[in-house]
Design a protein around this ligand. Structure first.
Ligand code: BGN
Length: 278
């Protein structure tokens, strides 16, 4: 990124390689019985900065990545995810920060709007050039699945255990995706209209295609994920209508019309927490 190049000029550190070598070593499957105790020491053991941020000590990373996670009421999954993802991202030598964007209000969950909020709040902290929008229940199995941006927006979680490692349909762009900041701005982010489960990722996909971009994916053996188990959500009744009307709203609904109130913003040891009233 331009930012990394600027940093290199100012510092005596070299650029890190785009993709570190030796990413083959397999990681421990997420330990589902993480204890508060382990989490307490994770930040210290892994030199994580306040707010769940890190960058390689020996070189300047070429990837400045904001990992944005929509969240409500999934404490155990969040603990498992955090304990797994920090060591994972550090092996990839990224400059990253984890954002947990929590819907503080009752009523239907609005995943897409929370992701827009994460985008806006992240840019107030650092000029991230790459965004990863990521569900808290997804655990990447391969270190070669770089948490960085490709030239085209990338569907990351395309090989998922719960779908028997098959892509259910070609247009699927849900779960975990990577997109350049410029591209996100160009498509006007996500729609803010999708309350409840389903469709918001399909709408985002059409925004991307509508702007002349194409999706990309890594091969299935790289894009391999395990989903942490939880009760299934009931799909929302409005999702079909929102999807249909959404096509007319790409320009008039998105990050350019985003309105929300931050209730709390806390730099926790393992993540930046934004509690938001949508
Ligand atoms: C689709 C959902 C997506 C979801 C995938 C995978 C809709 C829109 C109406 C057709 N789309 O069916 O949001 O990510 O399944 O679970 O419900």
């Amino acid at each position: 990124s331009p930012h990394a190049l600027a940093l290199v000029k100012e510092s005596d550190k070299p650029l890190c390689s785009l993709i570190p070598k030796e990413l083959e070593t397999s990681l421990q499957y997420p330990n589902e019985s993480v204890r508060e105790y382990d989490l307490k020491y994770l930040a210290h053991m892994h030199n994580i900065a306040e707010g769940g941020a890190w960058e390689p000590p020996q070189c300047i990373s070429q990837h400045q990545v904001a990992i944005v996670i929509p969240y409500r009421n999934r404490t155990l999954q969040l603990q498992i995810f955090l304990s797994y993802i920090h060591p994972f991202l550090q092996k990839q030598m990224l400059n990253y920060r984890i954002f947990i964007i929590e819907q503080g209000t009752k009523g239907a969950f609005n995943r897409a709007k929370l992701l827009n909020v994460g985008y806006a709040e992240a840019l107030k902290i650092f000029p991230y050039h790459c965004f990863i929008f990521h569900d808290v229940d997804l655990i990447p199995q391969k270190l070669s699945n770089m948490y960085a941006c490709t030239h085209q927006p990338r569907h990351m979680s395309s090989s998922l255990n719960t779908f028997r490692y098959n892509l259910p349909y070609e247009q699927l762009f849900g779960g975990a995706v990577a997109i350049l900041q410029k591209q996100f701005e160009l498509v006007n982010g996500f729609s803010n209209f999708f309350y409840g489960w389903g469709g918001e990722d399909d709408d985002f996909q059409s925004r991307i295609i509508n702007r002349g971009m194409t999706l990309c994916r890594f091969p299935p053996d790289v894009a391999r994920y395990t989903m942490l188990s939880h009760a299934k959500e009931l799909p929302s009744d409005n999702r079909f209508l929102n999807l249909r009307l959404g096509r007319e709203r790409f320009e008039t609904d998105g990050v350019n019309t985003l309105k929300y109130t931050v209730i709390k913003l806390v730099y926790y040891p393992l993540y930046t927490w934004v509690l938001v009233d949508l």
